[in-house]
Design a protein around this ligand. Structure first.
Ligand code: ARG
Length: 577
């Protein structure tokens, strides 16, 4: 990679000057007038060189020009001390060949080699709807896992399913009193029936608050007998297990549709209940390290200087909480994957404060170092289509969204007159939902506007898939002509594509480093735009000889990068559209 070559050259040059440079930052300027690559080395290290940045930049320049810099056309120093490099056409063409020979491996690198990273995403709750929030987590988390994997990390894909807590007392109470588990099992929408019962519990408890107490008793019964196989809690345990199985039937459908898999605990991930048995040891450790304080019968962790509000670990009635189970989960991860494990939780931004409290607690426990605990939060979905947003209050069933996307994708393919195969419609529908989700930085809310999601123009899934299809159809139509030798001049549109192509591996690394698929989305959209502009202004099929040869190479490379990039985002391509 050109960037690495340049890094080495700059490092050597600074050594010769006698400045202790630890890492050389090289970026890709946004505007082409600032070169293809740019470094701030002179600005960053001017102080330690005891020189002013412009002077220092000149000195470095003198040294590196002596090196073999045959891939650089010209170098410019820009105030207040940037060094900008312009690549030769030859080296850009060489990179083009590199894309076409390495194919999908062009994106791979080993920047994260040796790292073990747990990426936890999706994490829906048993007997509750799989919400749009869980969909976002699934899509973003899966893309992050792909990015980390392709940059060399060993990735563990985990799903922290919410299958424990007092809400199961409510559910069990409701099923026992108002439901019929056998009927629920036979229904084709068991999860919906369970959720209805749960909702009914809340309605009835509003009228009759004594029900809350009853639900707590049910959960206490479940929790106390959980690992002891006590006869007393058999009924509770059975109902709980059935709810888990019925919910998983729905989850599996969704994951299959999305093409998402988990690698841990036989594909189901380590859910909250898995850690039930470890809770006493967590509480013991917290006590031993003097981190627990009693307050009104509950036990909490208070933070130094009240940095955050206290975090409750044990409730007044002695039962555990979400936080208790998260601590047990992370202790297990340390033991299971190694002390140096990195843990990424992809969970809605509404839990940001909670995760800060959790990370702080884990740091007070002395478990992790800086950078080992990461929360990637995402914003909410809001629906522009008021039909969807109001029909069922806050609950949005994912299936409804997917069905709607399917209908629209079908219309889209009808309009183009091609390809009505169901598999393709699903691919377009899901790809569009995913792209729409990943295209803005995750912290932002997503306003879900169907016209935008399935628009053929502009920053959308269909536009991206269509651009890829365009590369395929061009290549299908190309007739082999006799290749003529000789150099041809590159036009600006071709150059612009070449300049983008050679950034690709770096973009993938950046996206992985920042745990941000959006970095890759932005790049792919730019590449697609550049390719479409090139296609508009120049003929591929009508060109000849070495020009045809070059344009075929460019089209092939753009196709490779688009397909691979989309795949990293969890989006499958179609061959026709
Ligand atoms: N099940 C939770 C929810 O739906 C998300 C779990 C996130 N992961 C965690 N380790 N707390 O809100």
């Amino acid at each position: 990679m050109i960037k690495q070559k340049l890094q080495r050259i700059l490092l050597d040059a600074s050594k010769k000057i006698g400045v202790d440079v630890r890492d050389v930052e090289i970026s890709y300027p946004l505007h082409e007038g600032h070169g293809d690559l740019s470094t701030n080395i002179a600005l960053r290290y001017a102080n330690s060189a005891k020189k002013n940045p412009m002077e220092f930049a000149n000195e470095i320049l003198k040294l590196i020009l002596k090196e073999s810099m045959n891939f650089v056309e010209k170098v410019e120093i820009e105030k207040p001390g940037f060094i900008n490099f312009f690549l030769t056409e030859e080296s850009l063409l060489k990179e083009l060949d590199e894309v076409n020979t390495k194919k999908e491996k062009y994106a791979s690198s080993d920047g994260n080699k040796g790292k073990k990273i747990v990426v936890e995403y999706s994490s829906p709750n048993i007997a509750k709807p799989f919400t749009i929030g869980h969909l976002r987590s699934t899509i973003i988390g899966d893309a992050i896992a792909n990015l980390l994997e392709t940059t060399g990390a060993t990735v563990y894909r985990d799903n922290h399913v919410g299958d424990w807590g007092t809400q199961f007392g409510k559910l069990i109470y409701a099923v026992k009193n108002w439901g019929d588990i056998r009927k629920i099992e036979k229904s084709d929408q068991p999860l919906k029936l369970l959720v209805d019962l749960y909702v009914r519990f809340h309605q009835e408890a509003d009228e009759n608050p004594a029900l809350e107490e009853k639900a707590r008793d049910e959960f206490k019964e479940l929790e106390s007998g959980f690992n002891k196989r006590e006869q007393s809690s058999k009924e509770q345990k059975e109902l709980w297990e059935k709810s888990v199985d019925l919910s998983w039937k729905e989850f599996e459908k969704i994951y299959q549709l999305l093409g998402v898999v988990f690698t841990e605990n036989k594909g189901r991930g380590y859910s909250e209940s898995y850690f039930e048995k470890d809770l006493p040891s967590i509480i013991e450790e917290l006590k031993k390290k003097k981190l627990l304080k009693k307050s009104k019968g509950a036990e909490l962790v208070f933070f130094p200087k009240d940095k955050y509000p206290p975090l409750m670990i044990i409730k007044q009635d002695g039962t555990s909480l979400y936080s208790t189970r998260d601590l047990a989960t992370d202790k297990f991860r340390k033991a299971h994957y190694g002390d140096d494990v990195i843990i990424v939780n992809e969970v809605g931004a509404e839990q940001s404060l909670y995760f800060r409290q959790l990370f702080e607690t884990e740091s007070l426990l002395g478990w992790f170092k800086e950078g080992q605990r990461v929360h990637v939060g995402h914003g909410l979905y809001r629906f522009k289509d008021s039909k969807i947003s109001t029909r069922k209050g806050n609950t949005i069933w994912l299936e409804e969204v997917i069905d709607e996307a399917r209908k629209k994708a079908e219309k889209l393919t009808e309009a183009s007159g091609k390809l009505k195969e169901k598999s393709n419609i699903d691919t377009i529908a899901l790809g569009s939902i995913k792209w729409n989700d990943l295209k803005r930085s995750p912290q932002l809310d997503v306003v879900f506007d169907w016209d935008e999601v399935l628009n053929m123009e502009g920053n959308s899934g269909p536009y991206m898939l269509y651009t890829y299809v365009r590369t395929r159809s061009i290549l299908e139509q190309v007739e082999k002509t006799k290749k003529e030798g000789g150099k041809i001049a590159l036009n600006p549109e071709e150059l612009s594509i070449l300049r983008k192509l050679n950034k690709y591996p770096d973009i993938v690394s950046q996206a992985a480093k920042a745990y941000s698929p959006t970095v890759l989305v932005t790049y792919l959209y730019d590449l697609a735009k550049a390719f479409n502009l090139f296609y508009q202004r120049h003929h591929v099929l009508k060109s000849e000889g070495s020009q045809l040869d070059l344009r075929v190479k460019i089209t092939t490379a753009v196709g490779i990068v688009l397909k691979n990039g989309l795949k990293l985002l969890g989006i499958q391509t179609v061959e026709k559209m």
